[in-house]
Write a protein that binds this ligand. Structure first.
Ligand SMILES: [Cu+2]
Length: 131
């Protein structure tokens, strides 16, 4: 009965491996929330729109914002303000005419900020939270 013994062992091993695999694959820990980003990409899309109206950034550490302008032939920039009236500029990119991209680097204390494209301040605006 050596053969049967080997088969049993193989079956037990297969079961053990299957259980192990299930345990690994199961995981179960859903990512609670992505940590606030130190690298953000926002796109200017047709026509005169941002692809996101809310952004979240990591507070107290350098954050790179890349503005990708996909609004062909139209110039845009990306400006972050301290106040909702959008008068106190915190950081801004250069303007560029699509297709193009510009970057800014900024360190923001925790809080709420506001952004827009200063060329199209009414059409293209949003809010940024640093936390
Ligand atoms: Cu614009």
């Amino acid at each position: 009965m050596r053969m049967a013994g080997k088969l049993l062992t193989a079956a037990a091993l297969a079961l053990a491996l299957a259980a192990l695999g299930a345990a690994c694959a199961g995981g179960g820990d859903e990512e609670p929330e992505a940590p606030p980003a130190t690298s953000i990409t926002i796109r200017a899309v047709r026509a005169l729109k941002w692809d996101q109206k809310k952004l979240t950034a990591a507070a107290g550490q350098p954050v790179t914002v890349t503005m990708v302008n996909e609004d062909t032939g139209v110039p845009h920039d990306f400006v972050i303000y301290r106040d909702s009236a959008r008068t106190q500029v915190v950081a801004k990119t250069e303007q560029c005419t699509a297709p193009c991209q510009e970057q800014l680097r900024v360190t923001l204390p925790a809080g709420k900020y506001y952004y827009n494209c200063s060329i199209h301040p009414v059409e293209m605006r949003g809010e940024l939270e640093a936390k």
